[in-house]
Structure formats: structure tokens, C-alpha cells
Design a protein around this ligand. Structure first.
Ligand code: ADP
Ligand code: MG
Length: 476
């Protein structure tokens, strides 16, 4: 046998080395072994299928140039991928793909060698002694399902999370993608699922990781020449929870590596849970093939909790921390902070801190001052619900009456006043205000606003009501 293949490859390597950063060269080219040369086809051995795809996607131009330089315009490259059988000897598995030809490569199923029997790719970079049980899950026990309050805002997401937790990898919800705005409970719910799986299936390797952390680990692995270890580590996880995948936007290399890990896990029946601040259709800067994977399973959204759910969440947090607060304070917090749960919790914490520092009782007044300070810079808007609450308390009517269609005189007036303040103090449309106030249309709201204005000009007592209410609503 001659060793032309070695000579040819060494010549290629010289050129490649001059054209790449040292780390990249070490990571992706040093592990390659030349295997044989047949006519103008050079076969090289690579450690894994991933490795091969990575080369084809990132170094295709360079490889094409050097191969043609050495072997002429017809020069071809073939890959041999190391596979590990249960037998001790490893047999290289040759992928005879039309390499150096991206178009036809794209048509190849990505999973080709992975699906061969139960074979596992032997990875020469495997960390010796790295056992599954050593993986720290990074789960926060405070974020268990028991502490996640159910409401209309999260019903689907929570229910699918439960289903996944009972049968990881065994439902159609793979991946499960939870999306929604900031502070609405994505991270909490993702942890809940992980915790429930760990409780039921202690032997499963569950891993929670933020996308940003994942991206940094990946970059570090390139720097340290340990990318294969990095990939291998993620490929052995049973339940991978990737938080805030929107962070991958515009990061092509990270998306690539995650794409391959995703495929590997999915093909092996492992569960993937993703969270994102927007649904897949709205994600910008994300490769199409990755987006299409995101849509494979179920996407469930989290929306802003309604008032009752917000109160329930606050009560749960207080109970969990052994805190008691007057009901009016809790309601006040829930009424006035309707952006997201995190902000509401922040207000609760500040309130507790204020009270204990100044040795004051937590009164409605203190809550008002605090919310004023706390929420000012976040452009607070009084909600229709809050207005209804203040108005109904003032007239000592049940709030439900204001929301109902009843035409009782005293209710009609209170309802008109609610509409009037809603128009003045919120950015809601007339139609929306009407919908909240007994399902009225925009013309009725407009009429109510005119009636209130007219009455305030002619009726002193009525004007007094408005002034009182205005004070309460603006928290002076
Ligand atoms: P996100 O990841 O969507 O930005 P988080 O999961 O970090 O939001 O939630 C913010 C805070 O709100 C957390 O402390 C979380 O416990 C709390 N939270 C959100 N939704 C709920 C809920 N339904 N029940 C209880 N707590 C909740
Ligand atoms: Mg989060």
C-alpha cells in the first residue's frame, strides 16, 4: 500500500492551517485522519457525524480549494465516520456522500449514520469518567408546579407541561415551546416540568440551561478545543430545558450546534423543552431549519394573568414565605400592577422591606406610596378594573354589578362614572371600555362620558363624587 493519501492530506493541511485561526484548526482539522486515496477521491476519517456536517457547512470552500489544488478539478473528498459497536473494535462507517457539493448534501437526511442500529458514535473527546448521574440539573425547587398558580392565562401551557412531565419524550409535545412576554412565568413553568420529571424518574438526566449560558459554553469550547466534549455532553441529556431561545437570534454557529444537538435528542426520544419571548413565526434572525424544528411539537403561550389570578399568585407567594398582609393591600397591589408577575412580586418585596426597615405596619397607605415610587418609572396606567373597583367600593356596590348589564339606576350611574374615568385615565378604546362595562358599544361609552361631564357641571353633589373618586384614583 502506498501512503499517497497521507501525503495529499498533509499538503492540504498545510494550506488549511495557514488559512484558519489556530483554535479552529485544532478543533476541526487535527482530529482528522487520512484513510485512503482512490483515483482522485480522498477519504478522511472524522470522529462523528456532527463533525462531518460541521466541516461541510463551515469549511466547504476551503476544503474544495485545497482538494482541487492537490487532486485537480475532479478531486473529491469522502468521509469515513467512526462508529462504535458494542464490539470492542470500532469499524469506520463510510458515508459516500457527494461531498463538496452542498446542494445534494442538503437532501441527505441528517440522521443517516445515527440511526444505524443502536450504534453510538464514538467520540474521541469523551470526558473520561463522565457519568450521567453527575449532571447537575440546575433546577430551582421554589419553581415547582405546586407554586405555579393556574389561570386562563396559562392553562394550555401548564396542562401540556404536566403531560410532558408524566411522559417525557413520549408525547406529541416534543419539543414543548412555552412563549410569552417577560415576567409571565416561562422560566418558572420550565423548572416545574423539570422538577416533576426528576421526582418521577430520578434516573433521567434533566438539564436546565439558559440559552445565553449555552452560547457562552459553546464559545468557550471552541477556545479550549473541547467542542466535541461540549456536544457530547448535551447529547446525553434525557430532558433538555433550553430557556429563552430567542437569544440564539443572529448567532448562526450557536444555532447550528443546537440544531444538531436537538436532532440527536429528538431522534433518540429525548424530551426538549424550550422557552421564548415570542412565537416561532415572529422569531427573527433564526435559521429556517431550526424554526421548523421548534414547530414540530406544541407551542403554548403565557399571557398576562387576570386580576383573580394575580391575587392568587400574590397570596401563594405570601403563604410560601410565611407573610400575612391585609387583604386590601394584596388587592391593591394586584389591581395596580397589571404588567407582569415579576413586577408585582417586586412590589411585594419592596413593600415588605419598607415596612420592616421603618418598623411600620403594612397599610394601604404605605402600599400606595410604595407602588407610586416603585411603578412610576414604568409608565403605570390605571386599569379599567382598578377604576371599577374604586368606583364600586365608593358607592358600596358589588363590582360584578358594574360589569353586568343591569339597568338599576344607581348602578347605571356608577357604571357611567367608571366609563368616564376609564376614558380619561387609560389608553383603552371606547369599544374596549364598553366591553368591560356590561358589554356596551362605543356609542354608549361616549354617551356616558358626555352625561358625566354635563352632570358635573350642573350637580354639585355629583361633582363631589367625581372629586373624591379622582383623588382615590390618583392616589393623592
Ligand atoms: P419569565 O421567565 O416568563 O420572564 P418567570 O418565570 O421568571 O418569568 O416569572 C417571574 C416571576 O413570576 C417568578 O418569580 C415566578 O415564580 C412568578 N410567576 C409567574 N407566573 C406565575 C404563576 N402562574 N404562579 C406563580 N408564580 C408565577
Ligand atoms: Mg425567564
Amino acid at each position: 500500500m502506498n501512503n499517497d493519501h497521507v501525503k495529499v492530506w498533509n499538503a492540504c493541511v498545510q494550506v488549511i492551517k495557514d488559512n484558519l485561526p489556530l483554535q479552529a484548526f485544532k478543533t476541526w482539522f487535527e482530529p482528522i485522519l487520512p484513510v485512503r486515496l482512490e483515483n482522485v477521491a480522498l477519504t478522511i476519517q472524522v470522529p462523528s457525524h456532527f463533525f462531518y456536517e460541521w466541516l461541510e457547512e463551515n469549511y466547504i470552500d476551503l476544503l474544495r480549494k485545497v482538494i482541487r489544488k492537490e487532486l485537480g478539478p475532479e478531486g473529491r473528498l469522502e468521509y469515513s465516520i467512526v462508529m462504535e459497536n458494542n464490539a470492542t473494535k470500532s469499524t469506520p462507517y463510510t458515508v459516500k456522500l457527494p461531498a463538496l457539493n452542498k446542494k445534494s448534501l442538503k437532501n441527505q437526511p441528517v440522521n443517516m449514520p445515527l440511526n444505524i442500529a443502536e450504534n453510538q458514535i464514538r467520540n474521541p473527546f469523551i470526558i473520561p469518567g463522565l457519568k450521567k448521574v453527575n449532571v447537575e440539573s440546575n433546577l430551582n425547587p421554589a419553581y415547582a408546579f405546586e407554586n405555579f398558580v393556574e389561570g386562563d392565562c396559562n392553562r394550555l401551557a401548564r396542562a401540556s407541561g404536566y403531560a410532558v412531565a408524566n411522559k417525557p419524550g413520549g408525547t406529541a409535545f416534543n419539543p414543548l415551546l412555552i412563549y410569552g412576554g417577560v415576567g409571565l412565568g416561562k422560566t418558572h413553568l420550565a423548572h416545574s416540568i423539570g422538577i416533576a420529571i426528576k421526582n418521577q424518574f430520578p434516573n433521567k438526566t434533566v438539564l436546565y440551561v439558559g440559552s445565553e449560558k449555552f452560547a457562552h459554553q459553546f464559545i468557550d469550547s471552541i477556545k479550549n478545543n473541547t467542542t466535541a466534549d461540549f456536544i457530547h455532553f448535551y447529547q446525553m441529556i434525557d430532558v433538555l430545558i433550553m430557556d429563552d431561545v430567542q437569544f440564539f437570534a443572529g448567532k448562526e454557529k450557536t444555532q447550528d450546534v443546537f440544531f444538531h444537538i436537538f436532532n440527536h435528542l429528538h431522534q433518540n426520544g429525548k424530551q426538549i423543552i424550550l422557552t421564548s419571548d415570542k412565537p416561532p413565526v415572529e422569531m427573527q434572525g433564526m435559521e429556517q431549519r431550526l424554526l421548523s424544528r421548534f414547530k414540530w411539537g406544541l407551542s403554548a403561550d403565557l399571557t398576562t394573568p387576570d386580576l383573580e389570578t394575580r391575587i392568587a399568585i400574590l397570596e401563594k407567594k405570601m403563604y410560601g414565605n410565611g407573610i400575612e398582609l391585609p387583604k386590601e393591600v394584596v388587592e391593591y397591589l394586584a389591581y395596580s400592577i397589571n404588567t407582569n408577575v415579576r413586577e408585582m412580586e417586586g412590589a411585594l418585596t419592596s413593600l415588605l422591606a419598607q415596612a420592616s426597615m421603618n418598623k411600620k405596619n403594612i397599610s394601604l397607605d404605605l402600599a400606595r406610596q410604595m407602588v407610586d415610587k416603585f411603578v412610576k418609572n414604568t409608565a403605570r396606567e390605571v386599569s379599567i378594573e382598578y377604576i371599577q373597583k374604586v368606583v364600586s367600593d365608593y358607592f358600596e356596590l358589588p363590582i360584578e354589578m358594574l360589569k353586568s348589564k343591569t339597568r338599576k339606576r344607581e348602578v347605571v350611574q356608577a357604571r357611567q362614572i367608571s366609563m368616564y374615568f376609564s376614558k380619561r385615565m387609560t389608553k383603552s378604546s371606547l369599544a374596549n371600555i364598553g366591553a368591560h362595562c356590561g358589554g356596551k358599544d362605543h356609542a354608549t361609552v361616549l354617551h356616558a362620558c358626555r352625561t358625566v361631564t354635563n352632570l358635573s357641571e350642573t350637580d354639585k353633589q355629583f361633582r363631589g363624587y367625581l372629586e373624591d373618586l379622582e383623588k382615590k384614583l390618583t392616589l393623592q
